[in-house]
Design a protein around this ligand. Structure first.
Ligand code: ATP
Ligand code: MG
Length: 278
């Protein structure tokens, strides 16, 4: 289940809707994720002063669409998170209702907006910590803009699409960047892989951070460890195709030696005693 879907307040619909659905075999009452229309996105982006033009979609992922946009003559990236639409009249407490067109289609914006806010914050914090990620530019509602990584109007390829001359150096660079993100900005990425790293000007660029989790004194370090291990393994998996093998636990320990919130330093001992902090 995607993050957008996870937060869908009407994923199942009300009890009465579910019953009606079961009888009719329909989907009424459920909020559904809709592909936003290009013209509408372009109009919003220009109205919100996020871009002076939107040229074309670069990619349509599970949760968001990515567009090449312009700020005057400069190419930038516009990321538009999907909205939920519902055939029913909704209470405004379930989210901000953006548009009213009778009972047929309404949009729930509030919770989707939170995901765009989260991604923008992570990008900003990582940028401030010196991590090589696209510089965030602006955010309004479910839209955010960032630096375009690529040449002219051609986006940089994903790491999985390129043939590296010096894979070992690149791998070390990725882990250095991720260590900076974790140790200095205090985030786990949560979806790091050769899909979410772009290769541009001989350097890896980490992207796609809406599922990043902040690591602070209230964190569950067992979960943090899990996210870090999964990210490290995903990166290592890509480099096995170059015949590079590394011990993921060793890399994980480098991360944990570099930063654990001070009140959580003994989380492993507590775990051994069966006192899990969950
Ligand atoms: N700043 C950028 N510059 C250039 N291209 C980008 C940029 N951000 C994203 N892209 C392109 O768009 C693709 C999708 O971006 P991203 O992974 O952030 O979106 P997503 O909707 O979360 O995608 P998915 O669900 O497939 O992971 C990237 O793989 C990349 O090709
Ligand atoms: Mg992605």
């Amino acid at each position: 289940m995607s993050r957008v879907d996870k937060f869908n307040p009407l994923a199942k619909g009300s009890a009465i809707d579910q019953k009606r659905d079961a009888l009719r075999g329909g989907t009424c009452g459920k909020a559904q994720i809709e592909e936003p229309k290009f013209d509408e996105i372009r109009r919003d982006a220009i109205t919100f002063n996020l871009a002076t033009d939107v040229l074309y979609p670069i990619s349509a992922g599970k949760e968001a669409s990515i567009f090449l946009a312009l700020w005057k003559d400069h190419p930038i990236v516009l990321k538009a998170y999907r909205l939920w639409s519902t055939p029913h009249k909704l209470s405004t407490t379930k989210g901000h209702i953006r548009e009213s067109s009778g009972k047929k289609t309404r949009w729930i914006l509030g919770l989707i907006e939170d995901i765009a806010v989260a991604e923008f914050d992570v990008l900003q914090d990582c940028f401030n910590a010196g991590v090589r990620i696209p510089t965030p530019i602006s955010r309004v509602a479910n839209y955010l803009t960032m630096r375009f990584i690529g040449d002219g109007e051609t986006p940089a390829p994903q790491l999985r699409e390129v043939e590296l001359d010096d894979p070992e150096t690149v791998m070390n660079e990725i882990f250095d960047q991720y260590l900076k993100m974790y140790r200095d900005a205090h985030y786990t990425h949560g979806d790091l892989s050769a899909y979410n790293i772009l290769w541009w000007k001989n350097h890896p660029w980490i992207i796609d951070v809406p599922q990043s989790e902040t690591v602070n004194k209230w964190s569950d370090m067992n979960k943090v460890e899990l996210f870090l291990r999964r990210d490290i393994n995903n990166v290592l998996k890509y480099f096995t195709s170059y015949g590079i093998e590394r011990d993921p636990e060793h890399i994980l320990n480098v991360f944990l030696d570099a930063y654990i919130p001070s009140n959580l330093r003994n989380y492993r001992e507590l775990r051994n005693e069966g006192l899990e902090l969950t």
